[in-house]
Ligand binder design. Structure first.
Ligand code: PLP
Length: 630
């Protein structure tokens, strides 16, 4: 097929520019310059190349920058669909908005023989490479992410391979690559990346009976491209590390998560372009830093569906958030004989501050028991609640077992006796939608580093009136309205709780992490991780001598276990030799492990950048151990 000039509407300048900018941002060290579709306005030759690549990406026949693009300001009427580019309406063009009727149906005429792929074959989509692609010789099997040129190019250059890398990482967020290889009949009237949830996890992939080899086969039969953790992985530079000569497999996500490039770049950008203290100066950088910091607060607010930004307090992490509540609200509102209820599942961070407060003030600490699977016993919980119960503090997801607690129900039950509720969201926010208005807890805490953001930053959400009625936790600058030696007036929340200079850069980094998670879609993430957890659980259970600790019906992310014949440290070390990072130990949750009869476990914990291939490697390593010692 020859490249034809098409006079119909193909491109929308705004959208195209948006894609170009996203692609450019993904290039190493270029973030976050804005680029223009007009080469005249671009301050970097690579920017021009990015634009050309985008515009050419759908054109499989040639990768010749189109001369008509050299003056896009005349070629593209702004804010309207653009015509007359001289670019063919190729299948998978980024610019497919509203042009489904223009897409060619005779694929043989579109793709030259040596580059032919069957875009009607779902396996040409970016499925997990571990789940082999179809055997169809016409399939897009020649496309290989390791090729050093774009699939639409005949030859490459070093920048082209850098650009391809960037394109891949942009793809993971915006689904652009999927658009390139998508069945044309599925191309809708908007770009993938403009949709709310570009990676909607295909329910069909949650196979009823997952079998080790079987599932590969069955997965391979899916009619649409599944959520692609392999592409997402590419957004996380550290996941390219080798450990003991093996590719790093990060299964220690419950301890901390890895950071996407966008978060790393955002923090670097802050220090390169915005660094200033906030809220206190008239100069430009103070304004940039304050704006970025407050924008991050706004992102957290939206992410949690809080009612107001005044309900979002930046703290050091979940631990500091819990201590803040214990020492501010607890100190001032609890007195002898009052009761604090926590669950048996809690992390030490949600036990120790309450135990200390109870000891200091003569309060009673009561514990919600769990069954042998590690599930909250709701009837027993109900029996603990009474008019003396002043606060219930519990986790939404157990870090040691992965149990998801019936949080909404538990909040309701506590509030029915007039108790306040603190929800520990440290292990939940990265795995499921957490809507604070729906849950209706009085406070919720989480840590940035467990949701792909930086360490040293976290969030305390609290209902606004409640926060404003609480005494400051720490005091000093930033949290006061007025100071005299006679009287001090405090700010309202959130500033009232942000004394001193906060962790500005990392709050902004947390905002970038939330952007990243939001773009992929927390529900899609949850569904994919659920699939992966089921996959791994099934395989783990097949290994003789494995005892799974924590077998709740509703679990997220975590597989805790012991392996007969081996100490947990031995298992951890054997996995480490293969580049697999898992946690061994008590996971700062000794009471729950002791309740289930163990002191420590091996704890792999999953995130959305983990793949079935990672799980297979992990399982194979355990089988190797079993061969040595039965
Ligand atoms: N709560 C839970 C359930 C956790 O898993 C953790 C950390 O592992 C924490 C609280 C404490 O988080 P941080 O150490 O980030 O303050």
């Amino acid at each position: 097929m020859s490249t034809n000039t098409n006079n119909n509407s193909l491109y929308n300048v705004d959208d195209l520019q948006h894609i170009a900018n996203e692609l450019f941002k993904a290039l190493p060290n270029e973030f976050p310059k804005e680029i223009s579709l007009s080469p005249d306005h671009n301050d970097h030759p690579k920017a021009t190349k990015v634009v050309e690549t985008l515009l050419s990406a759908g054109n499989l026949e040639e990768f010749t920058p189109n001369t008509s693009l050299q003056n896009p300001t005349t070629a593209y009427p702004s804010h309207s669909p653009v015509s007359g580019f001289g670019v063919s309406p190729s299948v998978g063009s980024y610019a497919n908005t509203g042009v489904t009727d223009l897409l060619p149906t005779d694929l043989d005429t579109v793709f030259p023989n040596d580059k032919k792929f069957n875009i009607n074959n779902p396996n040409t989509g970016f499925s997990d490479v571990n789940l082999k692609r179809g055997n169809d010789s016409n399939a897009f099997s020649s496309f290989n992410l390791n090729d050093n040129y774009l699939p639409f190019q005949t030859q490459g250059s070093s920048f082209e391979s850098e650009l391809k890398e960037a394109l891949t990482s942009v793809n993971t967020v915006f689904g652009i690559q999927s658009a390139l290889v998508t069945n044309p009949t599925e191309i809708q009237s908007s770009y993938y990346f403009l949709e709310d949830n570009p990676f909607a996890f295909d329910k069909k992939s949650q196979l009823p009976a997952l079998g080790h080899k079987n599932s590969f086969h069955e997965f391979n039969q899916l009619e649409s491209a599944p959520f692609d953790a392999n592409l997402i992985k590419k957004d996380f530079p550290i996941l390219r590390e080798k450990v003991n000569g093996k590719p790093l497999i990060w299964f220690d996500n419950a301890a901390t998560t890895q950071k996407p490039k966008s978060v790393i770049d955002r923090i670097a950008y802050f220090y390169e372009h915005e660094n200033s203290n906030i809220h206190r100066a008239a100069h430009e950088l103070a304004a940039r830093a304050s704006d970025a910091y407050e924008a991050a607060r706004e992102k957290v607010k939206t992410f949690l569906n809080a009612g107001s930004i005044n309900e979002i307090v930046f703290v050091r992490g979940a631990t500091e958030g819990i201590n803040l509540i214990a020492q501010s609200w607890g100190e001032n509102n609890l007195s002898v004989g009052d009761e604090i209820v926590v669950s048996n599942l809690e992390h030490h961070a949600n036990i120790v501050p309450w135990k200390r407060l109870a000891d200091k003030k003569g309060l009673k600490l009561r514990i919600i028991p769990v069954d042998d699977d590690g599930q909250i016993l709701l009837d027993e919980y109900a029996k603990l609640l009474n008019s003396k119960t002043k606060i219930v503090a519990f986790t939404q997801v157990s870090n040691a077992l992965g149990t998801v607690t019936p949080a909404k129900k538990m909040v309701e039950m506590a509030q029915a006796v007039g108790a306040r509720v603190l929800l520990d969201g440290a292990q939940s926010v990265s795995h499921m939608k957490v809507d604070v208005q729906d849950l209706n807890a009085d406070w919720l805490v989480f840590s940035g580093h467990k949701i792909f953001g930086p360490t040293g930053i976290g969030v305390l959400y609290g209902k606004e009136d409640l926060l404003n009625g609480m005494q400051p936790y720490q005091s000093g600058g930033n949290m006061i309205q007025d100071v005299t030696f006679e009287e001090i007036k405090y700010h309202k929340a959130p500033n009232r709780f942000e004394a001193g200079t906060g962790n500005i850069a990392d709050a902004i980094g947390l905002g970038a992490a939330i952007d990243y998670v939001t773009k992929i879609g927390i529900n899609a993430i949850g569904q994919y991780e659920h699939f992966l957890l089921e996959y791994a659980t099934k395989l783990l259970k097949e290994i003789p001598g494995v005892r799974l600790i924590g077998t709740a019906a509703n679990k997220a992310s975590v597989l805790s276990f012991n392996l007969q014949g081996y100490s947990n440290d031995e298992v951890g070390q054997a996995l480490n030799k293969e580049g697999i990072a898992v946690r061994t130990g008590h996971h700062c949750a000794q009471p729950i492990l002791r309740r289930l009869g163990v002191e420590t476990t091996v704890r792999p914990s999953l995130a959305f950048y983990n793949t079935t291939q990672d799980v297979d490697k992990f399982i194979e390593t355990l089988w190797e151990l079993k061969k040595v010692r039965f």
